[in-house]
Structure formats: C-alpha cells, structure tokens
Design a protein around this ligand. Structure first.
Ligand code: HEC
Length: 288
C-alpha cells in the first residue's frame, strides 16, 4: 500500500500554476545514454514521492492517488477487462484461412511475448511494436489487418498483456545499431517538446505536475506508464491501447495527434518504455 507523501498536499492546478511551473523550465535529461536517462527519470520520481514503493509505479495514477486507489482495487477484483482477455485468447487460437495461427505463423514463443516489445527490428531498421507486428503477421498470411485504436486489437492486446504479466520491462537499445539510438532520441525529444495551444509537453503533465489534479483527474507519474496497457477506461467504456492514449493526450493540449504505430508514436513508446526498465508489466488494467 501507499503512504501519502508527507507534507505534499494534492492541489488543484490552475492554468496560472502551470504557467508558473513551466517558467522553471523542464528538468531536461541531459545525460548521454539511455541507461543514465532511465536512472535520472527514476530518481526524479523517487525523490518527488519518497514514500511510494518503487515497484508500485506500475499502477498509473493509483500509484499516488490514495483515495482513488481504494475504489480502483475494488474494481480490479471483478475486472471489467476480463471478457476482452477471453475474446483475445480466442483470436490468438483461431486459425487463419491458410490454417496457420499467430503462433505457428509468426510468434513461436507466444502468447507470453508482450514484454519483448517495443523492440528494435534489425531488418526493418525501425522500432517494432506488438500491434504492428500482429498486423504484419495478418497481412503476410492473407488476413485483413486490425484497426489500431478500436475493436479487436484491444481483445488480443488484453490477452497478450495478461500472458506477460509479471515479466520485467526490458527495452533494449542495441549499441551496434545507430538507428536504434536515433529512434530513442527522437522519442525522447518528442516527450519533452511542448506542443499545442496549451504549449505543454508530455513531461509538463506527467513529470512536473504528476500528483496534481487536472480537472477531475490526478496526473499519473510517467514512470511505469506503459505497464498497465491496454487499459479498460470507464470513460471509453472499453479497453484501449497505449497509442489511443497518446492520441488523447495530444488532443488534450489541442495538438496534432499522430498516426497510431507511425514513426512518431513508435519512437515515443520506445523511449517511454525504456524509462520504465526494471518494473513489471501489469496489463491489462482498469482506469477511471
Ligand atoms: C495537459 C496534461 C497532459 C499532457 C500534456 C499529457 N497528458 Fe497524458 N494524461 C493526462 C491525463 C489527465 C491523463 C489521465 C489521468 C492519468 O492517468 O494521468 C493522462 C494519462 C496518460 C497515460 C495513461 C496512464 C495510465 O496509467 O492510465 C499515458 C500513458 C499518458 N497520459 C501519456 C502521455 C504522453 C506520452 C504525453 C505526451 C504526448 C502526454 N500523456 C501528455 C494529461 C496529460
């Protein structure tokens, strides 16, 4: 369980406060390697919320939102994402028209494979995400690819996340692949770049203002962010993927959203997930 951080009250943030915080500048990560970035990233949060046990950062806003946490724990006892896992299992097992399955055609190590993504694809020279790999598999086998934000993708991702629960997040940025480091750096740049009419970066909300309230929501800490995905959100009334969330967060600041599993969000996922190396995968999960 979490202890409330002593002396730090949760406040509503007004636009004025945000402007004030932004004046302080982003605590940009100046370190040279992904490893030292991850260390600095972790330290940022452990210094900020010293009473939160490190392994608890896999629970989004409930890592630090004590009152919301009780309600959430009750929901997790009868998880709303359970039917999605079952549907996803059926998709995983159902043969394609050519008689092969996801496992026999493309993922011999499956279904516990979620923890291997995002990964650097040495042949394609790009970051490969699991939804993209699933769709590539479908296409290669004469099947129709899935839409990325809504529909069946959420079932199969819920199932695959469930199968990889408890595995460690371990994003590798291979040193002998200059493209991999460049993709990581792109993702990092994206994370700290301010955008939209509100001129916020991801870090403005999920680092600097983590733990504060934005309208009715406590802003979650970025550490551990990808762990619980896909998530069942009451607001969506369904399960949604990480890239759907990226889209929503971009739109929230009235910035342009990018294509799910296009280069921008793939690189962003690569960076963001690498920052959580060492924590556990804990998807799917429930959110407000
Ligand atoms: C204006 C503030 C704001 C900005 C900027 C913002 N977000 Fe969010 N984000 C939110 C809110 C509010 C939520 C829902 C509550 C929560 O979990 O923080 C959220 C949720 C998330 C979640 C889900 C966390 C979970 O465990 O359910 C992820 C991941 C995320 N944001 C990533 C990003 C990324 C990446 C960016 C930059 C592209 C970004 N956000 C920019 C406000 C913001």
């Amino acid at each position: 369980m979490i202890n409330e951080t002593k002396g730090k009250k949760m406040n509503h943030i007004s636009t004025k406060t945000i402007a004030g915080l932004l004046l302080l500048g982003l605590s940009s990560l100046v370190s040279a390697s992904p490893e030292s970035d991850a260390k600095a990233f972790k330290k940022y949060f452990t210094d900020r919320f010293p009473d939160v046990p490190y392994n608890d950062y896999i629970n989004g806003a409930y890592t630090i939102d004590k009152s919301g946490r009780e309600n959430w724990e009750a929901i997790e006892e009868f998880p709303p994402y359970e039917p999605f896992i079952d549907e996803g299992r059926a998709m995983w097992e159902k043969p394609f028209k050519n008689g092969k399955t996801f496992k026999t055609a493309c993922f011999p190590d499956g279904p516990a494979i979620k923890h291997k993504y995002p990964m650097w694809d040495k042949e394609k020279k790009m970051v490969m995400t699991l939804p993209l790999a699933l769709n590539n598999c479908l296409k290669a086998n004469g099947e129709k690819p899935m839409k990325y934000k809504k529909g069946p993708i959420n079932n199969i991702m819920a199932y695959l996340a469930y199968e990889a629960r408890g595995k460690k997040i371990n994003v590798v940025i291979p040193k002998d692949e200059p493209g991999a480091l460049a993709a990581y750096e792109e993702g990092k740049k994206f994370y700290f770049q301010r955008r939209g009419q509100l001129n916020f970066s991801c870090a403005s909300c999920h680092m600097q203002n983590a733990g504060l309230k934005l309208r009715s929501e406590i802003l979650s800490p970025a550490l551990g962010h990808p762990s619980g995905f896909p998530v069942y959100r009451s607001k969506w009334g369904t399960v949604g993927t990480l890239h759907r969330r990226f889209t929503g967060c971009n739109k929230q600041v009235r910035a342009k959203a990018f294509k799910a599993h296009g280069p921008e969000y793939r690189n962003l996922e690569y960076f963001l997930t690498a920052m959580s190396n060492g924590l556990e995968w804990n998807g799917p999960s429930a959110r407000k």
